[in-house]
Design a protein. Structure first.
Length: 381
């Protein structure tokens, strides 16, 4: 979990987290339902009842979104695709799936599972609504939950990446083109078109007098456009790095320090004086650990003069590492997945170099200057 999330526990080994942005939608949705939907559905009732029902509805929407994401996750696990976490945030939820689907068929069913769960919930709450007819508050709550789950299923089936419908479209394109990257780029382009339609629709609503509704629609469009653009950029980067290995981008000129080096000496002589951010701790010719700027910052400043590198380092046996023949894109993904800025490149327990995010960016810049990246981008269009 990141610092912007509240951990809620695990379901079948999947970490569940609540992003702080969710509280904004919780407050807005509770307020909106308490001042509009419930007073219209239940006239002449206490105001406190409207607010309680609004809050319960917002919480039930959270549960519905979580079940939607669990639908994706369970099907992904069925196909052998690991799922690291589920996060509920401002715009809904996202499952952090640790890898791409193994086939177009798996991609199709993983994408479709979420809307299928939402549709099933809509049917279930609709049936409950009929059973609760005439019961007032419970009837109004079931009616809203049936509506919102149906809307969630239909909205996610819009064929624009990164919505579930866009992933279904990608699966279909993957089947017909036999090219996953090309299918992703096409689905992302469709997603951007749909996002711009949302933005224009929202702007039209604003000028038509529906300011709050139009602003929300435009905001959703902006979010979708950013997500689709990021996915397209990721695919172009992956295409640019395809066929290249860690050994081509890694930095063989890394800093070695003995275990007895004081952190204050590192800061004064190597970080401030040399701009280095990562140090390999060696005993003789043997690497025993790694010290990063982040680890140094975690030590109170008054302890820097007495704390040694050996005290602050991550032992080599606990280090995330890559081999020189590892695909460069896979190494970049691993850094992003594990939230680290650099990885030691090791063979048979020996550190051969360091690979950092900056090294990957520098390598991409070199590819661009050589004209290699532009040819890759052109072939994918």
């Amino acid at each position: 979990m990141t610092r912007n999330q509240i951990p809620l526990g695990r379901i079948f080994g999947i970490s569940i987290g609540l992003d702080y942005s969710w509280f904004l939608i919780f407050i807005l949705l509770t307020w909106s339902l308490a001042v509009s939907y419930y007073p219209a559905a239940l006239p002449a009732q206490p105001v406190a009842l409207y607010w309680v029902l609004g809050a319960v509805s917002a919480i039930m929407l959270f549960v519905s979104v979580l079940l939607h994401e669990l639908g994706h996750s369970f099907v992904a696990l069925h196909y052998g695709v690991p799922v690291r976490s589920i996060t509920i945030f401002l715009f809904g939820g996202v499952s952090q799936i640790g890898g791409e689907a193994p086939s177009a068929g798996a991609e199709f069913w993983i994408a479709l599972a979420g809307p299928a769960v939402s549709a099933a919930l809509a049917v279930a709450f609709g049936f409950l609504q009929m059973l609760l007819s005439g019961t007032g508050p419970l009837f109004a709550l079931a009616k809203y939950l049936a509506y919102i789950n149906g809307a969630l299923a239909l909205f996610n089936l819009i064929p624009g990446f990164p919505l579930d419908g866009g992933r279904v479209l990608r699966a279909i394109l993957w089947t017909t083109t036999h090219d996953f990257r090309r299918a992703t780029l096409i689905a992302s382009s469709v997603g951007r078109v749909i996002a711009f339609i949302f933005i224009l629709w929202g702007v039209g609503q604003i000028f038509g007098g529906n300011f709050s509704g139009g602003l929300w629609i435009a905001f959703i469009g902006w979010f979708l456009e950013n997500a689709a653009s990021a996915q397209a950029q990721q695919q172009m980067l992956q295409g640019a790095l395809a066929g290249h290995t860690v050994s081509e981008a890694m930095n063989r000129n890394y800093a070695r320090i003995p275990p007895t080096t004081r952190l204050q000496e590192l800061v004064d002589g190597h970080i401030l004086g040399g701009g280095r951010r990562c140090f390999v701790v060696t005993a003789g010719d043997q690497a025993v650990g790694l010290v990063t700027l982040h680890q140094i910052k975690e030590v109170p400043r008054e302890k820097w003069p007495t704390t040694t590198a050996a005290d602050a380092m991550t032992p080599v046996v606990r280090l995330k590492r890559v081999r020189p023949e590892t695909a460069l894109w896979a190494a970049a993904e691993e850094m992003d997945r594990d939230g680290v800025n650099q990885l030691p490149v090791m063979t048979d327990g020996q550190i051969l170099g360091m690979l950092s995010r900056d090294d990957v960016i520098s390598f991409l810049r070199t590819l661009h200057e050589l004209g290699v990246w532009s040819r890759v981008r052109g072939s994918a269009a």
